[in-house]
Design a protein. Structure first.
Ligand SMILES: [Zn+2]
Ligand SMILES: [Zn+2]
Length: 352
C-alpha cells in the first residue's frame, strides 16, 4: 500500500492484549472520510495503515489490569480513551483530554511490518487490538452497524450541536453541509429541542435526508446567498447556533454572518491544511459578540455520551439507522470510498 493506492485485503497478526489492552471482535465498521484521507496520505506518512474506526463489536480478550470492560461485552470503539492526568483531565474536562490512550503493542502484517491503525483503532478487520479505554460498553441489543457510527462521524455531528453548540429547547440552528456529520448535527439539534433547524447543502438529495432527521427548513446553497436565506428563515436575525460541517473558508464565513447577535459558530468540518480564516473586520468579531468554537469529535466523552445515545436510539428517539445507507463486505471498501466521494451515501458500513 502506498499513497493514494487502492486499499488491499491482507492477513494481519493481532497480538494478545497486554496490560490495559483489549482485543475486540468487530461486527460492523463505517467508512469515514478520515479513512480516505489516510489512504491518500493526508494524515500521516506512516504506511501501511489498518483503516476503519467507526466500529462496534464484542470484547474477545482483555489484558492485565483491565476493569472497565469484560470478555463478552458489546462495545462501541472510540478514539478518546482519556488519560485522567493531563491538564484538561485534572480540571475535570475529560472531553478535551490532551493525552488519549491507544494500544501500546503493534498489530503487524504477516512479515512483521508494523501497521498504523486509523485513529488508533483499525477496525476493517475481523478483530483489532485497542486500549481498553477505547471500548465503551453499550446496550447489547442495539444494531452494531448503527451504533458503531457513534465511534466517529455521527458523534462528531451530534456533539457539535449538543455539546459544543450547547443547543437548547426553542433555539434556531443552521447546519451548513449535510453529509454524515452535518446530518448528525441536524439530528442532534432536533434531539436537543431546537424549534427551527435549517439545513444547507448544494444537493437536494442531502436536503431530503436532512428533512428526515429533523430539518424544518432547507436551503439549496447553489440557488443564492446562503447568509440572506438563513436570515430570512429566522425572522431576519440569523440563527442562534450555526454549525459549519464543511470546513472551508467560504462556509465558515457564511456561518459567521448567518448567526444572530451573540450567537455561536461551531466548526466541525475538518479544514484542509492550507485553508485560512477568511478576512473579517475585527470590529465585526467584537460587535457581533457570541462565540466562535471548534468541535473535535463533538467534544464527546465516550463513557458519558455513547451509552446515553444508544439508549435514545433503542427508545426510537434518535434514528441512527438513517445513517446506514448500505451494508457492504470488507472487500467493498474501495467502492464505498467512491460513493462517499460522490456524496451518494451518508455511510456505507462494513459488516464482518
Ligand atoms: Zn487527559
Ligand atoms: Zn471518522
Amino acid at each position: 500500500m502506498a499513497k493514494g493506492e487502492p486499499v488491499q485485503m491482507m492477513e494481519i497478526h493481532v497480538p494478545d492484549p497486554g496490560p490495559g489492552e483489549a482485543v475486540v471482535t468487530i461486527q460492523a465498521c463505517g467508512v469515514c472520510h478520515t479513512d480516505l484521507a489516510y489512504r491518500d496520505g493526508g494524515i500521516t506518512d506512516e504506511f501501511p495503515f489498518l483503516l476503519g474506526h467507526e466500529a462496534a463489536g464484542v470484547v474477545e480478550s482483555i489484558g492485565e489490569g483491565v476493569t472497565n470492560v469484560a470478555v463478552g461485552d458489546f462495545v462501541v470503539l472510540n478514539w478518546r480513551a482519556v488519560c485522567g492526568e493531563c491538564r484538561a483531565c485534572q480540571r475535570g474536562e475529560l472531553q478535551y483530554c490532551f493525552d488519549t490512550f491507544n494500544a501500546t503493542q503493534k498489530m503487524t502484517l504477516e512479515d512483521g511490518t508494523p501497521l498504523t491503525p486509523a485513529l488508533g483503532i483499525g477496525a476493517f478487520a475481523d478483530r483489532t487490538l485497542v486500549h481498553s479505554g477505547q471500548c465503551t460498553k453499550v446496550d447489547p441489543d442495539a444494531r452494531p452497524a448503527a451504533v458503531g457510527l457513534l465511534g466517529c462521524g455521527v458523534m462528531a455531528g451530534l456533539g457539535a450541536a449538543i455539546n459544543t453548540g450547547g443547543v437548547t429547547r426553542g433555539q434556531s440552528v443552521a447546519v451548513i453541509g449535510c453529509g454524515g456529520v452535518g446530518a448528525a448535527a441536524i439530528a442532534g439539534a432536533a434531539l436537543a429541542g431546537a424549534s427551527s433547524i435549517i439545513a444547507v447543502d448544494l444537493e437536494d438529495r442531502k436536503l431530503e435526508w436532512a428533512k428526515g432527521l429533523g430539518a424544518t427548513y432547507t436551503i439549496n446553497s447553489s440557488e443564492g446567498d446562503v447568509v440572506e436565506a438563513i436570515r430570512e428563515a429566522t425572522g431576519g436575525f440569523g440563527a442562534d447556533v450555526v454549525i459549519d460541517a464543511v470546513g472551508i473558508p467560504l462556509t465558515w464565513k457564511q456561518a459567521f454572518y448567518a448567526r444572530d447577535l451573540a450567537g455561536t459558530v461551531v466548526l466541525v468540518g475538518v479544514p484542509h491544511p492550507d485553508a485560512k480564516v477568511p478576512e473579517i473586520p475585527l470590529l465585526d468579531v467584537f460587535g457581533r459578540g457570541g462565540a466562535l468554537k471548534s468541535s473535535w469529535y463533538g467534544d464527546c466523552l465516550p463513557s458519558r455520551d455513547f451509552p446515553m445515545l444508544v439508549d435514545l436510539y433503542q427508545q426510537g428517539r434518535l434514528d441512527l439507522d438513517a445513517f446506514v445507507t448500505e451494508e457492504i463486505g470488507l472487500d467493498d471498501v474501495e467502492g464505498a470510498f467512491m460513493k462517499m466521494h460522490k456524496g451518494d451515501v451518508l455511510r456505507s458500513v462494513v459488516i464482518l
